[in-house]
Design a protein around this ligand. Structure first.
Ligand SMILES: Nc1ccn([C@@H]2O[C@H](COP(=O)(O)O)[C@@H](O)[C@H]2O)c(=O)n1
Ligand SMILES: C[C@@]1(CO)OP(=O)(O)OP(=O)(O)OC[C@H]1O
Length: 175
């Protein structure tokens, strides 16, 4: 059996692609808002996410994935948590800034995929609004933004409702 493979490019071989991966988790506490993908949600126990910014773990994971794809570090480097400027910051505005940085470097966002790990509240009816918020800030079509939700089957910090986490991957291209 022959295992060698000859690559026959059918499109621009100067195209570069990059993949990025991001993760974030924030604690669930009383007295804070619960914002995911820019959507204000209601937790059955009135809990929200603690953080210096609005603690939107989904948007934070996506920003880290975008920065990671270009080897630019993480969001803390661009928006330091000890800088009062980012106190209660709207993470969608921070996302707009990251998109600007990427487009200035002539990279295009191909797609984003992500998952939110939250025991409660049920997120499925809010997913399309989150996708729309993110697609708008990234200046891509909604079809290129994937967001899923899963419980952690009551396991670990998310399962005990100590926090909510999110993972994201992105693909970038440049001609
Ligand atoms: N916070 C959540 C968690 C899950 N969902 C939806 O429920 C489905 C089943 O979740 P499991 O963790 O039991 O696999 C999941 O696929 C989501 O559609 C949700 O809306 N909100
Ligand atoms: C965006 C920032 C700004 O303080 O948000 P935080 O709420 O501190 O969240 P975290 O994910 O811990 O760190 C990222 C920070 O840069």
């Amino acid at each position: 059996m022959q295992y060698s493979y000859t690559f026959k490019p059918t499109r621009n071989i100067n195209m570069q692609i990059r993949i990025g991966n991001g993760y974030d988790i924030h604690r669930l506490v009383v007295g804070r808002r619960l914002i995911l993908g820019g959507v204000l949600l209601e937790h059955p126990e009135g809990l929200g996410l603690d953080g210096h910014s609005d603690a939107d773990v989904l948007v934070h994971a996506i920003m880290d994935a975008l920065l990671g794809a270009l080897g630019l570090g993480d969001i803390g480097k661009f928006f330091p948590p000890d800088n009062p400027q980012w106190k209660n910051a709207d993470s969608l505005v921070l996302l707009e800034n990251i998109e600007k940085l990427i487009s200035e470097k002539n990279w295009k966002i191909v797609n984003v995929d992500s998952v939110i790990i939250a025991e409660r509240p049920k997120l499925k009816n809010h997913i399309d609004l989150m996708r729309n918020n993110i697609a708008k800030r990234l200046r891509i079509e909604i079809d290129f933004v994937g967001i899923k939700a899963t419980t952690n089957e009551r396991l670990g910090p998310e399962g005990r409702e100590e926090g909510i986490s999110s993972h994201a991957v992105v693909l970038l291209e440049k001609e």
